[in-house]
Write a protein that binds this ligand. Structure first.
Ligand code: OGA
Ligand code: MN
Length: 225
């Protein structure tokens, strides 16, 4: 097994996460509520997720919906991408889930966020696909508290469109643009930031994930039916 300079094996570093990256995410979240990190995770993990998503049978993806449970609707007005939930049935998916668990543990210890569970899916935007401005959670519903997006597109340029735009305030017209380039990781508080995906000019792949708190403490059944 290859050893890095720190003496940590590559596999260990992948699964336990990079302490410097975790510390930066925690500091950014405390300061601004969001964190944008180019070249974030171990290259070997990002590369394996990229190979996996591009080789996945199209049949595994299904049209993305909006809302949960009985409110779930497929609305072309809001979003046109396709998704595939990550359940840990591939080595790349399992390594991703382990990484996400390590970040969860770190943020719970460092920021006392009480993150309780994690869910994530691959997303595929074909040419012209978009996701209109939305929030991932609504205040008081006590569901998703922290959103993650990891991009899986080598060689993405500004001509390829498909940027994520994060708005700092509800009525802002201008936002922070993030290029969905391979290895870039975005983390933000789900209730705080409206965001959108601009139409992509070529196939665009990413993982979107969310940590939840255990909302049964708010006297609701979690997950809601
Ligand atoms: C989402 C989302 C952003 C992106 O899936 O909820 O906002 O850049 N994704 O893919
Ligand atoms: Mn979103």
């Amino acid at each position: 097994m290859q050893r890095s300079l720190s003496g940590i094996t590559n596999t260990e570093a992948e699964q336990d996460g990079d302490p410097a990256l975790f510390a930066r995410i925690a500091a950014d979240l405390e300061e601004t509520g969001f964190s944008i990190n180019p070249a974030s995770l171990a290259t070997s993990l990002v590369d394996s997720l990229h190979s996996h998503v591009v080789s996945m049978n199209e049949a595994k993806f299904s049209a993305a919906g909006v809302g949960r449970g009985g409110n779930f609707v497929r609305s072309q007005f809001v979003r046109t991408d396709e998704i595939c939930w990550i359940e840990g049935d591939s080595p790349a998916g399992r390594n991703w889930l382990n990484w996400a668990r390590a970040l969860q543990k770190y943020l719970n210890e460092k920021l006392l966020l009480g993150l309780f569970s994690f869910e994530s899916h691959f997303s595929h935007y074909g040419t012209g696909d978009y996701y209109k401005r939305h929030k991932d959670a609504f205040r008081g519903e006590a569901n998703r508290v922290l959103s993650l997006v990891l991009y899986l597109n080598p060689g993405w340029t500004s001509e390829d469109g498909g940027e994520l735009v994060i708005y700092k305030n509800d009525d802002d017209l201008d936002g922070i643009r993030v290029t969905p380039l391979l290895g870039s990781l975005v983390v933000f508080l789900s209730e705080e930031f409206p965001h959108e995906v601009l139409p992509a000019a070529r196939d665009r792949y990413a993982i979107a994930g969310w940590y939840r708190v255990n909302s049964s403490v708010f006297d609701k059944v979690d997950p809601p039916l």
